[in-house]
Design a protein around this ligand. Structure first.
Ligand SMILES: NC(=O)c1ccc[n+]([C@@H]2O[C@H](COP(=O)([O-])OP(=O)(O)OC[C@H]3O[C@@H](n4cnc5c(N)ncnc54)[C@H](OP(=O)(O)O)[C@@H]3O)[C@@H](O)[C@H]2O)c1
Length: 164
């Protein structure tokens, strides 16, 4: 499984249920990478989408503990059920939020990061991949700017465990 996330310089990803800074270039990048794939999303992040509705052009798998049906989405009720549902698709990307990234990390081998060089106050964070020792940066684009905000795209991959 893959994950896609926009992180600030302290690995913050959101505050009060939303993203503090949204870049058009990041939205485009997100669309390109997720189009036609399955996406795995937490119920709170779904609530922050336009109209609170699943994303068009992707198969939406929504994690919730509630006995809810969500139009246009497949609903799953546990991390294990989410991992099982993802197997049915050639590509599945975890798209947040924080609790879902954290729980699904063991299943993720590639992370598409948008690094935004700002540090607004966040109440939700992505694990710091540079500090973990389990990840390496495979590729990193140049710093660019949108409305004076510096950002770049990077891809991290899990370092295979050495067999004893
Ligand atoms: N920067 C980025 O790229 C990015 C991307 C996505 C989200 N975000 C930010 O992340 C924040 C939201 O993250 P969050 O951690 O508060 O919420 P979240 O992960 O989006 O959703 C949490 C909800 O998912 C459901 N859930 C989680 N684990 C579950 C499990 N094991 N089994 C069943 N259901 C489960 C529960 O829904 P129920 O309450 O319905 O049971 C839970 O309340 C927002 O600020 C958002 O803007 C940032």
């Amino acid at each position: 499984m893959e994950a896609i996330v926009a992180v600030f310089s302290d690995w913050g990803i959101g505050s009060e249920g939303t993203q503090q800074v949204v870049l058009k270039a990041d939205r485009r990048h997100f669309r390109e990478l997720t189009d036609g794939a399955a996406v795995l999303v937490g119920r709170r992040t779904l609530g922050d989408f336009p109209g609170g509705r699943p994303l068009k052009g992707r198969h939406n798998i929504v994690l919730t503990r509630q006995a809810a049906e969500i139009e246009g989405a497949e609903v799953v009720h546990s991390e294990a059920e989410a991992a099982e549902a993802a197997k049915a698709y050639p590509r599945c990307l975890v798209i947040g939020g924080a609790s879902v990234y954290l729980q699904m990390m063991p299943y993720v081998d590639t992370v598409h990061l948008t690094q935004i060089d700002l540090c607004p106050q966040s109440d939700r964070f992505f694990p710091n991949l540079d500090a973990s020792g389990d990840w390496r940066c495979l590729s990193c684009g140049p710093w660019q700017e949108e409305d004076g905000v510096p950002y770049r795209f990077a891809t991290y991959v899990r370092i295979p465990k050495k067999e004893d």
